[in-house]
Design a protein around this ligand. Structure first.
Ligand code: SAH
Ligand code: DHB
Ligand code: MG
Length: 224
């Protein structure tokens, strides 16, 4: 099935189920203008994250990989009163664009954009006693995904949901011989996920305007 068909179907759902959203559209446009890679989640995927966070009534959300703040805005809009998002980004230029987009969305007081290597920020969050988080979205450098997931399990409570982007990589995740570090990173993540007794997990393949990829979902049960 050609990508063109996937894109048309995404456009249908975006039109019917999501609609015109000037703040989110401006966030993407400013990312384009600033030369950011256009690798944010698709609108229907952003809304999926939003609905999942709302469904579990997440008050404290952690995101690893901010880019221009597109998925961050979807997540922050899911928060109940008093909730907050902490989002981690290594590239100061990305973080700057994100901060402006988040402010324009009226979400500045709800979102903490932390600049630095995510592994350092995660350690710092633990030192600060910032956990437990209710919802974690992992979407940064793919080779470190397994490490981010182990941190997510450590920083969440039973009942929390961990969502991981890009676990399929156009199907390459099933290729043990791939020499792509991103693919190997996702294979290692899948092994860690399978071995983690404190979560119940699944993974789904997706197609759409962003191509062929997928999400993993892990519910933290806290028991083996
Ligand atoms: N979640 C965003 C897209 C994130 S793209 C959205 O859907 O809108 C991945 C981001 O992870 C990029 O901005 C990249 O700079 C960042 N990143 C890469 N390596 C990182 C690291 N070690 N620590 C923190 N962020 C990192
Ligand atoms: C890439 C990263 C992503 O997070 C994504 O959703 C799509 C592509 C990338 O690095 O190519
Ligand atoms: Mg992604």
């Amino acid at each position: 099935m050609p990508d063109e068909v996937w894109t048309r179907v995404d456009q249908l759902f975006d039109t019917t189920l999501i609609g015109h959203d000037p703040v989110l559209e401006a966030a993407i446009q400013d990312g384009v203008s600033a030369g950011l890679p256009q690798i944010q989640v698709a609108p229907n995927q952003g809304k999926l994250l939003h609905l999942l966070a709302r469904a579990i009534n997440a008050r404290s959300i952690l995101e690893v990989g901010t880019l221009g703040g597109y998925s961050t805005i979807w997540l922050a809009r899911a928060l109940p009163d008093g909730g907050h998002v902490t989002t981690l980004e290594v590239d100061p230029r990305h973080a700057e664009v994100a901060a402006a987009n988040i402010a324009r969305a009226g979400l500045r007081d709800l979102v903490d954009v932390r600049v630095g290597r995510a592994l350092d920020s995660l350690e710092q969050l633990e030192r600060e006693g910032a956990s437990p988080f209710d919802f974690v979205f992992i979407d940064a450098d793919k080779p470190s995904t397994a490490d981010y997931f182990m941190w997510a399990v450590r920083l969440t409570r039973p009942g929390a949901l961990i969502v991981v982007d890009n676990v399929v990589r156009q199907g390459q995740v099933a290729d043990a011989d791939s020499d792509d570090p991103n693919v190997q990173g996702m294979r290692r993540f899948n092994d860690v996920l399978a071995a983690e007794t404190r979560v119940s997990a699944t993974a789904v393949q997706t197609v759409g305007a962003k191509g062929y990829d997928g999400f993993a979902l892990a519910l933290v049960t806290g028991t083996s």
